[in-house]
Design a protein around this ligand. Structure first.
Ligand SMILES: *Cc1c(COP(=O)(O)O)cnc(C)c1O
Length: 428
């Protein structure tokens, strides 16, 4: 079984074979990586389009090379659709990735060495929020806020963003920029208290909505655009577009943001990806996309409840977005995130290990597992199926020493994937 988009690759058996194998993997195993999705055939077709051939350094109407009349229209269309989708003043659709977008924002708004207040990496922040391994920590000075302590009170479970901590650190360090947004955090992030704190200390506010851009576009999460100076995000996570980044900002920052992306960060833009972004932005503006994002959240809530019933503890005591962050220790004290990920891989369930707040294990081993519902919701799974996936995960992990258990779960996963193929209509 090969994908219909690989039809042109007829003269390279090695690559064709690998694409067919990956097609098989994606459609016969469950994709629960919270940052992944299944882009539409229209998005994939634009990504593989003729625009891949064109150099277009600069911006529409101000290019360094000739022949960009049509490319200009493509990029303008993407920008118009994106500003309309989020109600923003200005859009830059050129960042090659979410990380590029973030660095461009820092470069546009700050001088080297300026202070940025962002979320702790081991409590949900992203590498570009000041990880020692990221160039961001070498160019700027990061101070990190965290989450409140865990509590056993079910009405106030803790492990939610600690706004007292954000405010205290902002007052003490007077950051030039505050970054809201996370990569492993299952609660809704309200932009309003971040804006209040930023105003109190005279800081700019950036909302990194890489993970939740789709939930915002669908109306399932609050729109940060009215609150933040800049909103940066990826287009391939819940927004379900091609791999890439984008930036929205207030008019006063537009020129500096554009120059920071090009020539500050990048050379020629990927206009094929920009065409695919335009396709995705139109898809995200349809009423059916709101139905999709509502279902994502309903599925996470049902998935989380079923996982909790199996003995896993939900970090933050629940979920309000597309992911569930699990503490594995209540399920099995000896089970690490690394082992859980490997066992589930063998059972055809793709997840990733993740640190959890106050994790006693290293970032490579971890005590947590992150699972997401965005991709399989696209494939059509609903609450009932996600509850079944929770049972399958628990069975595989409990029976991890017994290969017959793993094989049995793998078979049930295969059955589920046959019933819910994201590209089913395009497969013969
Ligand atoms: C995924 C992510 C990014 C980076 O996106 P890439 O496209 O992988 O570079 C940045 N910030 C947050 C919060 C993310 O989750």
């Amino acid at each position: 079984m090969s994908s219909p988009f690989d039809a042109w690759i007829t003269n390279d058996d090695e690559v064709s074979d690998l694409l067919a194998q990956e097609w098989q993997r994606q459609t016969t195993t469950l994709q629960l990586i919270a940052s992944e999705n299944f882009a539409s055939p229209a998005v994939m077709a634009a990504t593989g389009s003729i625009l891949t051939n064109k150099y277009a350094e600069g911006y529409p109407g101000r290019r360094y090379y000739g022949g960009n009349q049509i490319v200009d229209e493509v990029e303008d269309l993407a920008r118009r659709r994106l500003t309309a989708l989020f109600g923003a003043d200005h859009a830059n659709v050129q960042p090659h990735s979410g990380a590029n977008a973030n660095v461009a924002v820092y470069q546009a708004l700050l001088d080297a060495g300026d202070t940025i207040l962002a979320m702790r990496l081991d409590q949900g922040g992203h590498l570009t929020h000041g990880s020692p391994a990221s160039m961001t920590s070498k160019a700027w000075h990061f101070v990190s806020y965290g989450v409140t302590p865990r509590s056993d009170d079910p009405d106030a479970p803790g492990e939610i963003i600690d706004f007292d901590n954000v405010r205290d650190l902002a007052l003490a360090h007077r950051p030039k920029l505050i970054v809201a947004g996370a990569t492993a955090y299952a609660r809704r992030i309200d932009p309003a208290p971040f804006r209040e704190i930023a105003d109190e200390v005279g800081a700019l506010l950036m909302f990194d909505s890489a993970h939740v851009a789709g939930l915002i576009a669908g109306g399932s999460h609050p729109n940060p655009v009215p609150y933040a100076d800049v909103v940066a995000f990826t287009t391939h996570k819940t927004l379900r577009g091609p791999r890439g980044g984008a930036i929205l900002c207030r008019e006063e920052h537009a020129k500096r943001i554009d120059s920071a992306v090009f020539p500050g960060q990048q050379g020629g833009p990927l206009e094929h990806s920009i065409a695919a972004k335009a396709v995705a932005f139109r898809e995200a503006a349809q009423p059916s996309f709101s139905t999709y994002t509502e279902q994502i959240v309903k599925n996470s809530v049902a998935f989380g409840a079923a996982l909790a019933a199996e003995g896993f503890r939900m970090v933050s005591g629940g979920t309000e977005n597309h992911m569930v962050l699990l503490d594995l220790r209540t399920f099995d004290e000896d089970l690490t995130g690394k082992e859980a990920q490997e066992v589930l891989d063998r059972a055809g369930i793709t997840t990733n290990r993740n640190t959890i707040p106050d994790d006693p294990r290293s970032a490579f081993i971890t005590s947590g597992l992150r699972v997401g519902t965005a991709a399989e919701t696209t494939a059509g799974l609903r609450e009932e199926e996600f509850a079944r996936v929770a049972t399958l995960m628990a069975r595989a992990l409990r029976g991890r020493a017994d290969e017959t258990q793993i094989v049995a779960v793998r078979a049930e996963v295969g059955e589920l994937c046959r019933a819910f193929n994201p590209y089913g209509a395009f497969t013969n």
